[in-house]
Design a protein around this ligand. Structure first.
Ligand SMILES: Cc1cc2nc3c(=O)[nH]c(=O)nc-3n(C[C@H](O)[C@H](O)[C@H](O)COP(=O)(O)O)c2cc1C
Length: 394
């Protein structure tokens, strides 16, 4: 009988050859509810799937007989050099996947020569990340009902030497992630099935819960009532703190308050991209929040060409949502993006193997970017362009 194809069946993350394989290892390493928190999208997950199919609709047209022996993938973002066109995206609650997950992600990003973005809702304080890791640090900002919280984070990030602020504008009305919610019988309270599943993961229990218990929203702890500071209680409490009243006026005061690089994360229209430029932003992130917010949203890749044409010369263009392959990254760069943010891809690495797992995820992607450049006849990112692509959906 012929053997069936299988991915690596164990938990050794070093055996993963792709992000998809790393995802399956992550799934075995952490309890179901923690994996689902990373992996699931909003409602029917239409956008989650569209983020992937958008890449499939675009094909490469490689020229042949090109000497690519001098290829490299260095680039520049906001005037500083990066070893790869990648940035670790802000993700909340990284401490659920690995002890002090924020530090592990920041260390792996620093070692890889790329920026790390710390989330407002991180489980390690921004001061600690700056002190213990350093590197190129960006700070993500959620505006809450009480604007003093943002004012404090801005002042603290500036004092700690963070080089950029990333204002997220697409999540103040929280997405309904139904598959995530089905693991709970009430907000913050796992159902019986999941409690039993947690008990089947003693390694995770030990690593995450000992000695301090459930991770806390360390950065905004002082803004939360004491009973809501742990991640468990906070998940129920936070949507009430993040009222949907943010507007362009808020962007204007954030611009006044933050003297360094400012990036608006949550843009999908040409009009908004132009408005961000007029408000003095240095960059924008084209994103649908990894399919976790409005289900049915287009993939950012679909609007990248028109936004690049409108504001590509004024703004640094970052993009995220669904990037799992080096080929995906190269397609976005060829369509006008300056860099790509990684959310789930690096989190699968974190869940599968901590800092070394994140490094492995980044190595997989860097290897794929390198091979793609070579197979496309390019020695550098600057040589990429739409002439190398054909969009079969048009
Ligand atoms: C588990 C998880 C938590 C996230 N938390 C935040 C957050 O706190 N703030 C934010 O701006 N984006 C957050 N995001 C969105 C990411 O920054 C990024 O936009 C998204 O993950 C990109 O899609 P990808 O996961 O397919 O790479 C989160 C994403 C994930 C997967």
């Amino acid at each position: 009988m012929a053997l069936q194809r299988t991915f690596h069946q164990g938990t050794d993350f070093r055996r993963a050859l792709s992000i998809a394989e790393l995802r399956l290892i992550a799934r075995r390493r952490v309890p179901h509810f923690a994996f689902e928190y990373v992996d699931s999208g909003a409602q029917d997950e239409i956008t989650l799937r569209r983020n992937r199919s958008a890449f499939e609709a675009i094909g490469f047209i490689p020229p042949t007989l090109c000497d690519t022996s001098a290829r490299q993938q260095r680039t520049r973002l906001f005037g500083a050099e990066l070893s790869s066109p990648l940035v670790v995206a802000p993700t909340a609650l990284n401490g659920l996947l690995h002890r002090q997950g924020d530090l592990a992600l920041a260390r792996a990003a620093k070692a890889a020569g790329i920026p790390f973005t710390l989330a407002t809702l991180s489980t390690v304080t921004l001061e600690r990340v700056a002190r213990e890791v350093g590197g190129r640090l960006w700070m993500q900002l959620y505006l809450m009902q009480d604007r003093r919280v943002a004012r404090e984070i801005i002042a603290r990030a500036e004092a700690a030497g963070f080089e950029a602020l990333v204002l997220t504008s697409d999540a103040n009305v929280f997405g309904q992630r139904e598959w995530d919610r089905r693991n709970y019988r009430a907000p913050g309270q796992l159902n019986l099935r999941n409690l039993l599943d947690v008990a089947r993961h003693p390694g995770w229990l030990w690593q995450i819960l000992w000695p301090h218990g459930i991770p806390r929203f360390a950065n905004v702890a002082s803004a939360l009532p004491p009973e809501a500071r742990s991640a468990r209680a906070g998940v129920a409490h936070l949507p009430r703190l993040m009222l949907p009243d943010i507007s362009w006026q808020d962007l204007a005061w954030v611009r006044e308050a933050w003297p360094r690089t400012l990036i608006l994360k949550g843009v999908l229209t040409v009009a908004d991209a132009e408005r961000a430029a007029r408000h003095g932003c240095d960059g924008i992130v084209l994103t649908n929040h990894g399919g976790r917010q409005l289900d049915g949203t287009i993939a950012p890749l679909e609007v990248l060409p028109e936004i690049a044409e409108a504001v590509g010369k004024q703004l640094t263009l970052l993009i995220d949502s669904g990037f799992r392959r080096g080929t995906d990254v190269v397609k976005a760069l060829a369509l006008g993006a300056d860099g790509v943010m990684l959310g789930a891809a690096t989190l699968y690495g974190l869940a599968a193997g901590g800092e070394a797992g994140v490094t492995h995820a980044l190595d997989i992607l860097r290897g794929e970017i390198d091979r793609t450049l070579g197979q496309l006849g390019c020695n550098s990112i600057a040589e990429l362009g739409p002439h190398l692509l054909k969009n079969s959906s048009r």
